[in-house]
Write a protein that binds this ligand. Structure first.
Ligand SMILES: [Zn+2]
Length: 137
């Protein structure tokens, strides 16, 4: 299996579009409301756009009205890594792809959403690729 953490920056730059690179590899954020998956309700699995690891499912996606795709849980806890982000004068929890270390978005807790976890994984559309397929539980 490829160790995506060993891929040099120059390769990511070639592999990704400049906007994908800015968000995934430089921790950027896409503008709210413009992402292709913000309001998507299609059944399927969302993978990391950088490395292809499956990260989220449509069954955990909910309408948070925040302008970005929101999930109340990742596909599996070990697929993502969370770390404290103190940029922009805020203390937030950054969400990264465990397999390749790419930035995905942030997770917010205790906002009062009527979901099983009351967590909001606020993920940039540009960090994901949706594969349409039935979800079986
Ligand atoms: Zn990845």
């Amino acid at each position: 299996m490829t160790d995506f953490h060993l891929i040099p920056d120059s390769t990511w730059k070639e592999k990704l579009s400049s906007e994908e690179y800015r968000v995934l590899r430089q921790g950027g954020t896409e503008a709210p409301g413009v992402g292709e998956y913000t309001d998507t309700t299609t059944e399927g699995v969302y993978s990391c756009r950088a490395c292809g690891t499956e990260l989220f499912r449509s069954t955990e996606k909910f309408d948070a009205g925040c302008g970005w795709p929101a999930f109340f849980s990742p596909l599996a806890g070990d697929r993502i890594t969370e770390r404290t982000d103190t940029s922009h004068g805020m203390v937030r929890t950054e969400v990264l792809c465990s397999a390749c270390g790419s930035h995905l978005g942030h997770v917010f807790a205790g906002e009062g959403f009527d979901t099983p976890t009351d967590l909001r994984y606020c993920i940039n559309s540009i960090c994901l690729t949706l594969e349409e397929r039935p979800i079986e539980d």
